[in-house]
Design a protein around this ligand. Structure first.
Ligand SMILES: [Zn+2]
Length: 106
């Protein structure tokens, strides 16, 4: 797999996610249901309130899903080493993020 193909596959996956609005528990009130429009990622139906939480969603949900996806099985072996390093960095980052969430609010 060429680098440019890999990049395209990764970008395509990241772009599925969006900080927008969706109907939580459809059908919507307008369609006679109980679902209300909430901010979040429509692709994952995940409620998100801030840009920080959206970035967290990409780092914690989208990127790990990518690392587990079939895309990486097409990589040459030497790149797998880099991705296992990336995965390690990501888990460190996730730990840092969850630690920072535990800090008292200023
Ligand atoms: Zn998403």
């Amino acid at each position: 797999m060429k680098k440019s193909e890999l990049l395209r596959a990764l970008q395509q996956e990241i772009r599925r996610h969006d900080f927008n609005y969706f109907v939580d528990q459809p059908p919507s009130v307008a369609q006679g249901g109980k679902g209300v429009v909430v901010p979040g990622c429509p692709a994952c139906m995940k409620r998100i309130n801030t840009m920080n939480q959206f970035l967290d969603h990409l780092a914690s949900d989208a990127i790990p899903a990518l690392l587990d996806s079939d895309v990486l099985k097409l990589l040459p072996a030497e790149m797998e080493v880099r991705y296992s390093r990336a995965n390690h960095l990501l888990s460190t980052l996730k730990r840092d993020v969850s630690d920072s969430h535990n800090l008292p609010r200023r």
